[in-house]
Write a protein that binds this ligand. Structure first.
Ligand SMILES: [Zn+2]
Length: 163
């Protein structure tokens, strides 16, 4: 059986994992941008990351017959840093016309703070402005339901988003 993996972070996987995915029938996958296990020191690190997931990973997947697609954003965890967010939001649009980019994601909330919500809404604004799909991450912590409700409420009250 052939299948598409809709959510995998290959940047933290080995080449052997591409081999295993191919053996089990994976023909395509989508990689949302996310936290790398540590907070990045500057917006330049995101340039490197976006290059990696729009160039290196598609090339690494290709020999295994796997099409690699990706989503771009500053993730909800680092989204607490508003100064970093402002810098990264200026970088993202320069990558949106790359052929394997599917949209903006995975955006959302982590600890459900005001800063995270502002970062989330700015990503939504950018997606609307550039006619991009969005992929939403819901909080991993004990606030999953509350955080998800906040996300739904914020989107429902945004007059520019059509149901
Ligand atoms: Zn993820």
């Amino acid at each position: 059986m052939k299948y598409i993996d809709p959510h995998v972070h290959m940047v933290s996987r080995t080449t052997d994992d591409y081999d295993s995915l191919a053996l089990t029938g994976c023909v395509a996958l989508s990689e949302p941008a996310f936290w790398s296990g540590y907070d990045r020191f500057s917006a330049d690190a995101f340039v490197d990351y976006f290059e990696h997931i729009t160039s290196f990973e598609p090339a690494r997947a290709k020999p295994y017959g796997i099409q690699h697609y990706t989503w771009l954003c500053l993730n909800p965890k680092e989204g607490e840093d508003r100064a970093l967010t402002k810098e990264v939001l200026q970088i993202i649009p320069t990558y949106l016309d790359r052929p394997t980019v599917l949209g903006i994601g995975e955006i959302g909330l982590n600890r459900v703070t005001r800063n995270e919500m502002d970062t989330f809404l700015e990503h939504v604004d950018m997606a609307v402005e550039h006619d991009q799909m969005i992929l939403i991450h819901t909080p991993h912590l004990e606030d999953k339901f509350k955080g998800t409700q906040h996300i739904v409420d914020a989107l429902a009250s945004d007059s520019r988003i059509q149901p």
